[in-house]
Design a protein around this ligand. Sequence first.
Ligand SMILES: Nc1ncnc2c1ncn2[C@@H]1O[C@H](COP(=O)(O)OP(=O)(O)OP(=O)(O)O)[C@@H](O)[C@H]1O
Length: 273
Amino acid sequence: MLSLEGIAHRYGCGTEVLRDVTLRLEPGLTALIGPNGSGKSTLLRIAAGLLAPWRGEVRLDGRPLVRVTTWERARRVAYVPQQVLLPEGMEVLQVVLLGRLPHMGWLGPESVQDRAAAWRAMEATGVSGLAHRPVETLSGGERQRVALARALATGARHLLLDEPTSHLDLHHQSALVGTLRALVERSRLAVLMVVHDPNLAALADRVVMLADGRVVADGPPRRALEPAALRAAYGDGFVILEGPDGRRAVVPSAASPRLPDRRNPAAGTGSLS
Ligand SMILES: Nc1ncnc2c1ncn2[C@@H]1O[C@H](COP(=O)(O)OP(=O)(O)OP(=O)(O)O)[C@@H](O)[C@H]1O
């Protein structure tokens, strides 16, 4: 299990962008949401071991992550950044096979098992038909799915995905959630994905909401996405529609929105009717 304990972070001499965040990443699909600049990407990079926290510790099965070798970490924790950079001049299959490097070591070449894992990952993300396309010819959404395939090919049980749906159309957003859910159920993966859309977050098993670098809600979607919690984090620039089956949709409102008053957290909360 990947756990973050008492994490605080500041860049240089700036103010704290994460404050005392404690989070245990259990098997299941967890959505990480929060306003722009609330610290989501910073938290993911710290969880991936790519950024040393200013205070606190990340542990993998109880061991400090800094003591886990780079190879082992790469086999067990996969991270897909917000800005996906794929090496130009390579075909999709070659790029996805890069996800197998932690299993191949320096000596390579890839084994039958490595190729099978790469094909499985491409099929799961719907890019197997693009296997021999040079990556620079792909659309933004296709690139994003190739990056996810590379992460899945690692076989890591912990997936850290920073806005994996930002370039995806509605169909592929649903397909991605379906794929992740199937992986979670079949292989007990622990997935932490940053999303901006609360409606997408509502499809997760658990929602963690950050505001001002703190966890302000953590629980099942219905509870974590309570109107009052959303309003405290995002202000009043949205309305909540409720269908006859009780399902809710959060949609931006056309009115000039006000952000919450962070000096007085009680202001800006309340009923959204
Ligand atoms: N390398 C850096 N140097 C200085 N400040 C940084 C750096 N990276 C991020 N920040 C600042 O840290 C804060 C948190 O940034 P972060 O990218 O973690 O937020 P986020 O919640 O992912 O935002 P968004 O939703 O806009 O992607 C922001 O105020 C940002 O400007």
